[in-house]
Design a protein around this ligand. Sequence first.
Ligand SMILES: *[C@@H]1O[C@H](CO)[C@@H](O)[C@H](O)[C@H]1NC(C)=O
Ligand SMILES: *[C@@H]1O[C@H](CO)[C@@H](O)[C@H](O)[C@H]1NC(C)=O
Ligand SMILES: *[C@@H]1O[C@H](CO)[C@@H](O)[C@H](O)[C@H]1NC(C)=O
Ligand SMILES: *[C@@H]1O[C@H](CO)[C@@H](O)[C@H](O)[C@H]1NC(C)=O
Ligand SMILES: *[C@@H]1O[C@H](CO)[C@@H](O)[C@H](O)[C@H]1NC(C)=O
Ligand SMILES: [Cu+2]
Length: 211
Amino acid sequence: MFPAFALLSGIALFCSGAAATVTTHQVNVSNDAAGLLFNPSYITAYVGDVVEFTFHPKNHSVTQSSFAAPCTPLQGGFDAGFVPVANGTSDASLPTRQFTVNDTNPIWIHCRQSANTAASHCGKGMVFAVNPGADGSSNSFANFKAEALAIGAQLAANATTSTSTAATGTGYRSSLAPTKVSRATENGAISLNVDGATLMAVFGMVVGLMM
Ligand SMILES: *[C@@H]1O[C@H](CO)[C@@H](O)[C@H](O)[C@H]1NC(C)=O
Ligand SMILES: *[C@@H]1O[C@H](CO)[C@@H](O)[C@H](O)[C@H]1NC(C)=O
Ligand SMILES: *[C@@H]1O[C@H](CO)[C@@H](O)[C@H](O)[C@H]1NC(C)=O
Ligand SMILES: *[C@@H]1O[C@H](CO)[C@@H](O)[C@H](O)[C@H]1NC(C)=O
Ligand SMILES: *[C@@H]1O[C@H](CO)[C@@H](O)[C@H](O)[C@H]1NC(C)=O
Ligand SMILES: [Cu+2]
Protein backbone atom coordinates (compact mmCIF):
# COMPACT_ATOMS: atom_id res chain seq x y z
CA MET A 1 0.00 0.00 0.00
CA PHE A 2 2.53 2.58 1.10
CA PRO A 3 4.86 2.48 -1.94
CA ALA A 4 1.93 2.73 -4.38
CA PHE A 5 0.48 5.66 -2.48
CA ALA A 6 3.85 7.38 -2.33
CA LEU A 7 4.36 6.86 -6.05
CA LEU A 8 0.93 8.21 -6.95
CA SER A 9 1.20 11.28 -4.76
CA GLY A 10 4.70 11.82 -6.12
CA ILE A 11 3.37 11.84 -9.67
CA ALA A 12 0.53 14.16 -8.68
CA LEU A 13 2.99 16.57 -7.05
CA PHE A 14 5.33 16.43 -10.03
CA CYS A 15 2.55 17.10 -12.54
CA SER A 16 0.91 19.95 -10.67
CA GLY A 17 4.30 21.46 -9.88
CA ALA A 18 5.49 21.36 -13.48
CA ALA A 19 2.25 22.73 -14.88
CA ALA A 20 1.99 25.56 -12.39
CA THR A 21 5.52 26.94 -12.52
CA VAL A 22 6.62 26.90 -16.17
CA THR A 23 7.32 30.40 -17.37
CA THR A 24 8.02 31.53 -20.92
CA HIS A 25 10.62 34.28 -20.89
CA GLN A 26 10.44 36.69 -23.83
CA VAL A 27 13.75 37.94 -25.21
CA ASN A 28 14.16 40.32 -28.14
CA VAL A 29 16.99 39.71 -30.58
CA SER A 30 17.30 43.30 -31.59
CA ASN A 31 17.66 45.30 -34.77
CA ASP A 32 20.12 47.96 -35.85
CA ALA A 33 18.16 50.82 -34.32
CA ALA A 34 18.10 49.22 -30.88
CA GLY A 35 21.70 48.02 -31.19
CA LEU A 36 23.33 44.62 -31.55
CA LEU A 37 21.94 43.21 -28.35
CA PHE A 38 19.51 40.91 -26.59
CA ASN A 39 16.81 42.57 -24.54
CA PRO A 40 16.77 41.77 -21.67
CA SER A 41 20.49 40.94 -21.72
CA TYR A 42 20.14 38.18 -19.13
CA ILE A 43 17.42 36.41 -17.17
CA THR A 44 16.90 34.16 -14.18
CA ALA A 45 14.97 31.01 -15.04
CA TYR A 46 13.96 27.74 -13.41
CA VAL A 47 14.32 24.21 -14.75
CA GLY A 48 11.53 23.58 -17.25
CA ASP A 49 11.13 27.24 -18.13
CA VAL A 50 11.07 28.19 -21.80
CA VAL A 51 13.09 31.02 -23.31
CA GLU A 52 11.49 32.45 -26.43
CA PHE A 53 13.58 34.65 -28.72
CA THR A 54 11.88 37.07 -31.10
CA PHE A 55 14.10 37.98 -34.04
CA HIS A 56 13.95 41.61 -35.17
CA PRO A 57 15.22 42.81 -38.58
CA LYS A 58 18.78 41.93 -39.63
CA ASN A 59 20.21 38.42 -39.63
CA HIS A 60 21.12 37.05 -36.24
CA SER A 61 21.65 33.70 -34.58
CA VAL A 62 21.06 32.52 -31.02
CA THR A 63 23.95 30.18 -30.32
CA GLN A 64 25.15 28.65 -27.08
CA SER A 65 28.79 29.29 -26.19
CA SER A 66 30.67 29.12 -22.90
CA PHE A 67 31.89 31.57 -20.30
CA ALA A 68 35.47 30.74 -21.24
CA ALA A 69 34.91 31.37 -24.97
CA PRO A 70 31.92 33.72 -25.39
CA CYS A 71 32.10 33.94 -29.19
CA THR A 72 32.72 30.24 -29.95
CA PRO A 73 29.77 27.87 -30.43
CA LEU A 74 29.57 25.21 -27.73
CA GLN A 75 29.79 21.73 -29.20
CA GLY A 76 26.42 20.03 -28.82
CA GLY A 77 24.87 23.26 -27.55
CA PHE A 78 21.71 25.03 -28.64
CA ASP A 79 21.88 26.88 -31.98
CA ALA A 80 18.90 28.50 -33.67
CA GLY A 81 20.93 29.04 -36.87
CA PHE A 82 20.71 32.30 -38.82
CA VAL A 83 17.28 33.91 -38.89
CA PRO A 84 17.18 36.69 -41.51
CA VAL A 85 14.38 39.21 -41.02
CA ALA A 86 13.61 41.95 -43.56
CA ASN A 87 13.41 45.60 -42.49
CA GLY A 88 9.87 46.70 -41.89
CA THR A 89 8.56 43.28 -40.81
CA SER A 90 5.59 43.89 -38.52
CA ASP A 91 5.88 42.85 -34.87
CA ALA A 92 3.21 40.18 -35.38
CA SER A 93 5.26 38.55 -38.15
CA LEU A 94 8.63 38.42 -36.40
CA PRO A 95 9.98 34.86 -36.23
CA THR A 96 10.61 33.18 -32.88
CA ARG A 97 12.74 30.30 -31.61
CA GLN A 98 12.61 28.63 -28.21
CA PHE A 99 14.65 26.46 -25.93
CA THR A 100 13.90 24.84 -22.61
CA VAL A 101 16.05 25.39 -19.54
CA ASN A 102 17.12 21.88 -18.51
CA ASP A 103 19.22 22.58 -15.43
CA THR A 104 20.29 25.37 -13.11
CA ASN A 105 23.74 25.89 -14.66
CA PRO A 106 24.39 29.21 -16.41
CA ILE A 107 23.63 29.13 -20.16
CA TRP A 108 25.85 31.45 -22.18
CA ILE A 109 24.58 32.64 -25.55
CA HIS A 110 25.95 34.75 -28.40
CA CYS A 111 25.09 35.80 -31.95
CA ARG A 112 27.56 34.20 -34.36
CA GLN A 113 26.89 36.55 -37.27
CA SER A 114 30.21 37.55 -38.95
CA ALA A 115 32.13 35.37 -36.50
CA ASN A 116 35.91 35.82 -36.37
CA THR A 117 35.77 39.09 -38.27
CA ALA A 118 35.83 42.71 -37.17
CA ALA A 119 32.07 42.79 -37.78
CA SER A 120 31.40 39.97 -35.30
CA HIS A 121 28.12 40.67 -33.53
CA CYS A 122 29.38 38.80 -30.49
CA GLY A 123 32.51 40.94 -30.53
CA LYS A 124 30.26 44.00 -30.47
CA GLY A 125 28.65 42.71 -27.30
CA MET A 126 25.69 40.75 -28.69
CA VAL A 127 25.58 38.21 -25.88
CA PHE A 128 22.95 36.87 -23.50
CA ALA A 129 22.81 34.59 -20.49
CA VAL A 130 20.39 32.49 -18.49
CA ASN A 131 21.26 32.24 -14.79
CA PRO A 132 24.68 33.95 -14.89
CA GLY A 133 26.61 34.43 -11.67
CA ALA A 134 25.54 37.33 -9.45
CA ASP A 135 26.82 40.84 -10.19
CA GLY A 136 30.34 41.11 -8.81
CA SER A 137 31.06 37.38 -8.99
CA SER A 138 33.64 36.04 -11.43
CA ASN A 139 31.06 34.55 -13.82
CA SER A 140 28.73 37.53 -13.84
CA PHE A 141 27.02 38.65 -17.04
CA ALA A 142 29.14 41.83 -16.98
CA ASN A 143 32.34 39.77 -17.06
CA PHE A 144 30.99 37.55 -19.86
CA LYS A 145 30.11 40.59 -21.96
CA ALA A 146 33.44 42.27 -21.20
CA GLU A 147 35.25 39.19 -22.52
CA ALA A 148 33.12 39.23 -25.70
CA LEU A 149 33.98 42.91 -26.24
CA ALA A 150 37.67 42.17 -25.64
CA ILE A 151 37.53 39.50 -28.37
CA GLY A 152 35.81 42.05 -30.64
CA ALA A 153 38.54 44.61 -29.98
CA GLN A 154 41.19 42.03 -30.82
CA LEU A 155 39.39 41.04 -34.03
CA ALA A 156 39.19 44.71 -35.03
CA ALA A 157 42.87 45.24 -34.28
CA ASN A 158 43.81 42.11 -36.24
CA ALA A 159 41.66 43.24 -39.18
CA THR A 160 43.34 46.63 -39.24
CA THR A 161 46.74 44.94 -39.29
CA SER A 162 45.86 42.57 -42.13
CA THR A 163 44.13 45.36 -44.15
CA SER A 164 47.15 47.62 -43.99
CA THR A 165 49.49 44.83 -45.10
CA ALA A 166 47.12 43.73 -47.88
CA ALA A 167 46.29 47.23 -49.11
CA THR A 168 49.05 47.30 -51.71
CA GLY A 169 47.94 44.02 -53.32
CA THR A 170 46.31 43.91 -56.73
CA GLY A 171 42.93 45.52 -56.23
CA TYR A 172 39.65 44.27 -57.68
CA ARG A 173 37.52 47.33 -58.29
CA SER A 174 33.86 46.65 -57.77
CA SER A 175 32.99 48.76 -60.82
CA LEU A 176 34.79 46.16 -62.94
CA ALA A 177 32.92 43.26 -61.34
CA PRO A 178 30.62 41.07 -63.48
CA THR A 179 27.18 42.65 -63.84
CA LYS A 180 25.22 39.66 -62.50
CA VAL A 181 25.86 39.95 -58.81
CA SER A 182 23.71 38.93 -55.92
CA ARG A 183 25.18 39.14 -52.51
CA ALA A 184 23.49 38.05 -49.32
CA THR A 185 24.60 40.19 -46.44
CA GLU A 186 24.26 40.25 -42.72
CA ASN A 187 21.50 42.81 -43.13
CA GLY A 188 19.47 40.37 -45.13
CA ALA A 189 20.01 42.85 -47.97
CA ILE A 190 20.61 41.76 -51.54
CA SER A 191 22.60 44.07 -53.82
CA LEU A 192 21.50 43.61 -57.38
CA ASN A 193 22.44 44.73 -60.83
CA VAL A 194 20.50 42.24 -62.89
CA ASP A 195 17.68 41.73 -65.37
CA GLY A 196 14.09 41.13 -64.30
CA ALA A 197 14.08 37.34 -64.64
CA THR A 198 17.12 36.96 -62.40
CA LEU A 199 15.60 39.42 -59.98
CA MET A 200 12.47 37.29 -59.68
CA ALA A 201 14.56 34.14 -59.23
CA VAL A 202 16.60 35.74 -56.45
CA PHE A 203 13.45 37.12 -54.88
CA GLY A 204 11.99 33.62 -54.84
CA MET A 205 15.15 32.30 -53.26
CA VAL A 206 15.10 34.93 -50.52
CA VAL A 207 11.46 34.27 -49.75
CA GLY A 208 12.35 30.60 -49.60
CA LEU A 209 15.18 31.35 -47.19
CA MET A 210 12.89 33.28 -44.92
CA MET A 211 10.32 30.52 -44.63
C1 LIG B 1 10.41 43.44 -27.61
O1 LIG B 1 9.92 43.89 -28.84
C2 LIG B 1 8.52 44.15 -28.81
C3 LIG B 1 8.09 44.44 -30.24
O2 LIG B 1 8.89 45.41 -30.85
C4 LIG B 1 8.25 45.28 -27.83
O3 LIG B 1 6.86 45.54 -27.78
C5 LIG B 1 8.75 44.86 -26.45
O4 LIG B 1 8.60 45.93 -25.54
C6 LIG B 1 10.21 44.47 -26.52
N1 LIG B 1 10.63 43.93 -25.22
C7 LIG B 1 11.64 44.43 -24.55
C8 LIG B 1 12.01 43.73 -23.28
O5 LIG B 1 12.24 45.43 -24.93
C1 LIG C 1 17.06 20.92 -23.24
O1 LIG C 1 16.80 19.59 -23.68
C2 LIG C 1 16.13 19.54 -24.94
C3 LIG C 1 15.76 18.11 -25.21
O2 LIG C 1 16.89 17.28 -25.05
C4 LIG C 1 17.03 20.12 -26.00
O3 LIG C 1 16.39 20.12 -27.25
C5 LIG C 1 17.36 21.57 -25.64
O4 LIG C 1 18.27 22.11 -26.58
C6 LIG C 1 17.98 21.61 -24.25
N1 LIG C 1 18.18 23.00 -23.88
C7 LIG C 1 19.39 23.53 -23.77
C8 LIG C 1 19.44 24.98 -23.40
O5 LIG C 1 20.42 22.90 -23.98
C1 LIG D 1 44.55 38.18 -33.29
O1 LIG D 1 45.82 37.84 -33.84
C2 LIG D 1 46.69 37.19 -32.92
C3 LIG D 1 48.05 37.02 -33.58
O2 LIG D 1 47.90 36.41 -34.85
C4 LIG D 1 46.07 35.83 -32.53
O3 LIG D 1 46.89 35.18 -31.59
C5 LIG D 1 44.71 36.09 -31.89
O4 LIG D 1 44.07 34.85 -31.63
C6 LIG D 1 43.84 36.91 -32.83
N1 LIG D 1 42.64 37.26 -32.09
C7 LIG D 1 41.45 36.84 -32.44
C8 LIG D 1 40.31 37.25 -31.54
O5 LIG D 1 41.24 36.19 -33.46
C1 LIG E 1 22.45 35.41 -43.01
O1 LIG E 1 23.77 35.34 -42.50
C2 LIG E 1 24.45 34.14 -42.88
C3 LIG E 1 25.81 34.13 -42.21
O2 LIG E 1 26.52 35.30 -42.46
C4 LIG E 1 24.56 34.07 -44.37
O3 LIG E 1 25.19 32.85 -44.74
C5 LIG E 1 23.19 34.13 -44.99
O4 LIG E 1 23.32 34.17 -46.40
C6 LIG E 1 22.45 35.38 -44.52
N1 LIG E 1 21.10 35.36 -45.06
C7 LIG E 1 20.59 36.41 -45.74
C8 LIG E 1 19.21 36.23 -46.29
O5 LIG E 1 21.21 37.45 -45.89
C1 LIG F 1 17.62 48.27 -42.45
O1 LIG F 1 17.58 49.39 -41.59
C2 LIG F 1 18.85 49.75 -41.02
C3 LIG F 1 18.64 50.92 -40.09
O2 LIG F 1 17.54 50.74 -39.28
C4 LIG F 1 19.83 50.09 -42.13
O3 LIG F 1 21.09 50.33 -41.57
C5 LIG F 1 19.93 48.93 -43.10
O4 LIG F 1 20.75 49.28 -44.17
C6 LIG F 1 18.56 48.55 -43.61
N1 LIG F 1 18.67 47.36 -44.44
C7 LIG F 1 18.00 47.24 -45.58
C8 LIG F 1 18.15 45.94 -46.26
O5 LIG F 1 17.31 48.15 -46.03
CU1 LIG G 1 23.58 39.28 -34.55
